[in-house]
Design a protein around this ligand. Structure first.
Ligand code: SAM
Length: 215
């Protein structure tokens, strides 16, 4: 774990290029997953609802399983991930962009999801991200996202699917406050493995899966 404090490194650019490089290996690892992470949300949605997937990656397994019942919009900063998502989920509507500079119509989604993506955005931007998500949701709409248990300033690791990757996040307690300040009501919080169902019980691969609702 190396502190991400080098002023010469653009860490958002690093994330985009890193996912372009490791897209094939990462997507293959996710291909094998059942996508059970969305269970708690699908009980609450109706067929045909509009769902935004932030950091959708290659669209597997999440966007693909969502697209069977819902209208899916996926946003991802990596062109290679978006190319794969378009192939894997032809029914989806995909856009290559940084979610922090993406313009979407207010009150236009029944649900917004973000799996294993928010921690790749510098954490200083997270309060603004949740305010943006709140605006994009319809009243009563849901946010389902993986967050983090512990507070960690930006850092990189060199061994993420063969590339150097960046993460930064707040603790679950801090996220509860940030979400509440943005206007969300917390519905439930569970734990999930970091995309790898069998690892859900291993603390190093364990993330809170938070369901929140726009009032
Ligand atoms: C660990 S992958 C998760 C992909 C997918 N959600 C899944 O469950 O497998 C994280 C994804 O977030 C995307 N991402 C990172 N920062 C982003 C940003 N600022 N805006 C949009 N996408 C971003 C990456 O390109 C990558 O595809």
């Amino acid at each position: 774990m190396i502190p991400a404090t080098d002023p010469k490194v653009g860490y958002k650019v690093l994330v985009r290029k890193a996912y372009d490089s490791c897209a094939a290996a990462y997507a293959e690892s996710r291909m094998a997953e059942p996508g059970n992470e969305i269970r708690g949300l699908s009980d609450r949605l109706n067929d045909g609802d509009a769902v935004l997937d932030i950091g959708c990656g290659a669209g597997v397994p999440i966007a693909k399983s969502l697209a069977a019942r819902y209208r899916v919009t996926g946003v991802d900063v990596s062109p290679e991930m978006i190319r794969r998502a378009q192939q894997n989920v032809p029914a989806g509507n995909f856009k290559c962009a940084d979610i922090m500079s993406t313009q979407l119509p207010p009150s236009s989604f029944d649900a917004v999801i973000a799996f294993y993506a928010i921690f790749h955005i510098p954490r200083e931007e997270h309060p603004d991200l949740f305010r943006r998500v709140y605006r994009w949701l319809k009243p009563g709409g849901y946010l389902l996202c993986t967050l983090s248990h512990y507070s960690e300033e930006g850092y990189t690791e060199d061994d993420f699917f063969g590339v150097t990757m960046y993460w930064s996040n707040f603790s679950l307690g801090e996220y509860r406050e940030i979400l509440t300040e943005a206007g969300f009501v917390l519905v439930e919080s569970k734990s999930t493995g970091s995309g790898y169902e069998n690892a859900a019980l291993e603390t190093s691969e364990n993330h809170p899966l938070v369901l929140a609702r726009k009032q």
